[in-house]
Structure formats: C-alpha cells, structure tokens
Design a protein. Structure first.
Length: 148
C-alpha cells in the first residue's frame, strides 16, 4: 500500500476492523462497547471500497476481541474482516461469519416469548438470514432484528 492510500495512521498492536458497511460503522462500535475502553480508538467511515462502494474502518489499539464479541458483529455486519496487528504487521485475518446459534445478542420479536417476560438470555438458531427463537420458535429476518 502506498502512502497516498493510507488514510488512517497505523497501529503498533491491536485490531483493525475493516470492510464494515459504512452505515453500520457506529453500530459496530456500539456493539463492541468501544466508548467504555480506555484504549485509543479510531473510527472512520465513508472510505472508498471496491467491494462495498463505501466502507467503515475501526482501529483499536492494544485490544483483541473474544469470539463472543466477534459473533455479536455478525448480526449487524457479516463479512467484515478483523486484522490482528502485532508490531505494525498483520499477523492474522479473521472474516466474521454468522454462527449457527446466537445467544444473548438479539431480542425476540414475540412479546409473549419467555425471554421478554423472564430474566433470561435470548437464544436463536440461524439458518441463512432467518433466526428462529429456541423457546417460542418465532422466526425473524436477521437484517431486521433489534439488539438486546
């Protein structure tokens, strides 16, 4: 990459979340609770992207995300890429994919579901873009979900 293409400063160690659909950038930051971190965070959006047209990028210094945190991202922005940075080098790339089950991330849209009436975590089975509630079996479109 030449210097004209580098729009955001490099980080020494941490995670770069790339290929975020631009309109989802702040939702990704919110899901990862980046405002609560005491580490430097850079958020950029509307960068040119060959794949997406426009994309967002988030850089978080000295932070590596857990599999659970990463699976939360799949609900709002599947196919984003996490670049793990060590000593200014990308040491690993992870593409976020939607897991077979989503627990405690999405709200069930059935008002009578036990998860909306008792203090318990939601649990969905994933089939393509359809989420099925483990408890009430109500189906919902992954692109129209409300997060817990």
């Amino acid at each position: 990459m030449n210097k004209n293409e580098m729009l955001v400063a490099a980080i020494e160690n941490g995670t770069v979340i790339d290929h975020i659909p631009s309109e989802k950038t702040y939702q990704v930051a919110q899901l990862l609770k980046l405002a609560e971190l005491d580490k430097p965070v850079t958020i950029g959006y509307n960068f040119r992207s060959k794949k997406l047209g426009k994309k967002g990028i988030i850089k978080v210094e000295d932070k590596w995300f857990t599999d659970e945190e990463i699976s939360r991202l799949s609900v709002v922005a599947p196919n984003i890429v996490l670049n793990i940075i060590k000593d200014f080098q990308v040491t690993e790339k992870k593409t976020v994919t939607t897991p077979d089950e989503i627990i405690g991330i999405v709200k069930c849209n059935n008002p009578k579901c036990i998860t909306n009436n008792e203090p318990m975590r939601t649990h969905f089975h994933v089939a393509g873009s359809v989420l099925t509630c483990h408890y009430c079996e109500k189906e919902q479109d992954i692109n129209k979900v409300e997060l817990v």
